[in-house]
Design a protein around this ligand. Sequence first.
Ligand SMILES: [Zn+2]
Ligand SMILES: [Zn+2]
Length: 480
Amino acid sequence: MKLTRRAMLKLSGTSLGGGLLLASPLSSIGSSPPKPVETDPSQKNSLFDALPVFPPGEALATDQMRITFLGTSCIPRLSQECNSVFVEVGSGDQFVFDCGTGVTAKYNAMGIPMSRMNKIFLTHLHGDHTSDLSHIYCFGPAEDRKTPLFIWGPCDSGFTYTDPLGAVRGPYTDGTRAFCERFRELHRWHTESFSFGATSYPGYEIPTQETWGLPVPLVQVADDSANDGFAIFPIELDWTKSGKETDDNVAYNNPASGVKITHFPAIHCRRGSVSYKLEWNGLSIIFSGDTKPNYEMISQAGGVDVLIHEMVMPAWDWALKNSGMSPEDPDFIKAYNYAMQVQNSSHTPQGAFGYLLSQMIPPPRLTVATHFQAADDTIASAMQSVRNHYPVGEVTFAADLMVINVSASQIIQRRAEVSAFAFYPVSPPQANTNPPKYWKYDPDHPTQPIPDPYAQIDTTDQVPAVDPITGAVNYNENGY
Ligand SMILES: [Zn+2]
Ligand SMILES: [Zn+2]
């Protein structure tokens, strides 16, 4: 089947409700010869490049909130990793929202240490929102997070499906607790192997349901000691709730820091996704995660300071970019159809994004489109679609390392300038740690277990620094 572009546009116009002004589609990237990078609008993000510079490490004023974008795309690309936002408030509390593919490199570049990434709020369990959880979990205790990981996320979907032939799928244990239980065991080899070093310290007070205002008691997923860096505490949220009954959607409510985080249902791919709203000091932000346009969002987002909302590029344009085919190719329709299925099961099209904003009363002070491959060409198309519905109102497009400071009087957007050669952020060894799990007895220090990096390996076949028979020096033991 061969579809002309005109027919395609008509088709996509219908799916958007018809009659709406559509943004012009992008040029046929797949069939165009490559252009020089500096003139190719698909190879730069001028909007982001024009932002003033944010110097990482800048102190946060006590009356401000700071939002840092570490991953802003639905697919990993060198310019944009997959989905993660780090939110800090002036009272000192901080949160990770989603942690998709590749974002740890950006956290490192920003100088955000593992110890500040111990509270992770997952909107749903898609890999582009969870992939880097492995790195954060595995290497936290090797760095400065020698305390448990706390992971918020939706409970089981509870969904059962009967297909047209009567076959049944589900229900599955597919919620955050089941995810964390399996995740913890999945990493057993790693966690044991890295337990030659200290993974906890004495005196750490495990938070309680009361101190953090949690909807459920804190119950860890495995038999790690509860203060251990490899312990995981999932906090499951009833994703059906949206606060219609008092406080039935509170995920976190900490009087010490003044931060309250609530959740409400998103419509995305499968039942059991949520969006989060964070309120502090009279300021509020929403992080949508992935969602189709929905009424709950319209009612929750009215009057927020910053709305961070997903948006998907038009299926036609995505199919062009992804398939590399020209629209005349007989197989292009397959790429287009798949892109439409992704949109229809899961996401907010550009025009719908603009329409949502037009319905929020009052509109957000700033809206940031994310989960979106941002470059000059996609941004121009998206802005046109958005402005068809939302002619004024602050809208921008997320890029990795974008930093937004929010206060009652102003919202400032900047771009962090960082090194591409960062190590982990400086984290001096904690002076007072508990003994490691793999240790040896030292008669000179009988009360002090000594870490034993050899405990789990067989060194029989190791090439020694000094040959035990001839005494010849094979190599310098200090590494040089
Ligand atoms: Zn996603
Ligand atoms: Zn998703």
